[in-house]
Design a protein around this ligand. Sequence first.
Ligand code: LLP
Length: 436
Amino acid sequence: MICNNIKKENGHLHFAGLDTVELAKSYGTPTMLFDEDRFLGNVNTYITAMQSAFGEKSMPLYAGKALCFTHLYRLLREYNVGIDVVSSGELFTALSGGFPAERIYFHGNNKTDDDISFGVSVGIGYFVCDNLDELLKIDEIAGAQGVVQNILVRLTPSVDAHTYEAVNTGKLDSKFGVAIETGAAEEFIKTALSLKSVKLCGLHCHIGSQIFDAEPFVMATNTMADFCIHLKNTLGYNVEILNLGGGIGVRYLESDPEVSIADIVAEMGKALHNKLDSSPVEFPEVRLEPGRSLVADCGMTLYSVGAIKEISGVKNYVSVNGGMADNPRFALYNAPYTVILANRADEECDYPCTVAGRCCESGDVIQENVMLPRPVRSDIIAVLTTGAYNYSMASHYNRLPKPPIVAIRQGKPEIVVRRETLKDLLSCDIVLNVKE
Ligand code: LLP
């Protein structure tokens, strides 16, 4: 199995120690399961790996865009971690979970004036400033609120991370960040240092997502380290915080390579020490920003099989009671997933099919070329590794209510996000009395 929290027992698929068929009975489908123990284990893996690679002052920041709900922040606030938010909505969710504002980093290439005001007013730790417009706006808003706001600056290190285009963000041609290569970054930093209501605390980069090799991370680390040395030598500026972003990949298929977070982090640590130990730069506090690699393998989605359509000589369609509304990743990126018939997990998988969703468009597919035991209506289909960028990217397309999230902690399931009702779908509708 692609992750050790998944097992087959007595013909049923088990997740986080529980029988998924029983869970589907208790909570209905579609439902997203969340393995809380696995999540906290992944958090500890990062904390340990970073402390040994970068020293005690380093810490991971959880990138909440991967999966965002209140309970998750309640769990995280007890740990030596920070978080990355990209909108007032994520910030509000984190604060509602009691996560301390000073450990929050606010990202995004186009923060609105309202985002900035909200962040400054709640005493957010850092804005990761993406461009000059935003820098000046933060200075203005912080000045008006009578505070000095900590910031980092997001840089593009011109590293091509060799992943799919939608998540390849470290190249010169990117909507994110200020380029080192063109000299824009240095100019930005001079401006930031001259402003009264912002304090420039360091640098950030994020080269992309779903990356398996250490090499692009090491390249980015080297480029950022060289730039730290350059800033020290030319401007006398010492980078206190160096945030090297997220992006470590996860296994969606058995054929995906094994990934060792500890090894990749250790390689980055070695590279940074090699560059900085013999330089005039004081070793910075390092941050990494994992999203996917903290939550992806903590998630599994359960669906029920509905219609089955066999087009002789062409294809078999197995439709489930969810789809692109709760998981748009195949429709968007052709994303691979492992699919298992959870209630007949021991049976031979000799039936080729496309697992389709229930939305009114042909592109609504969960996965192509799946081999299953020949399914029948009401069988339970499990889609593995759905913790990252599924619930957080879900929509109400076709007015489908969002599924619940059931967290499992030490063998005990608990609803942490309830299933939406039909009434929830109307919660923002304003009904006017239109005369016939
Ligand atoms: N930091 C920044 C600034 C980011 O933009 C991202 C992800 C992360 C950290 C976390 O990266 P991760 O460790 O999760 O790879 N919707 C796409 C993924 C978009 C990633 C956006 N940024 C998908 O479903 O594959």
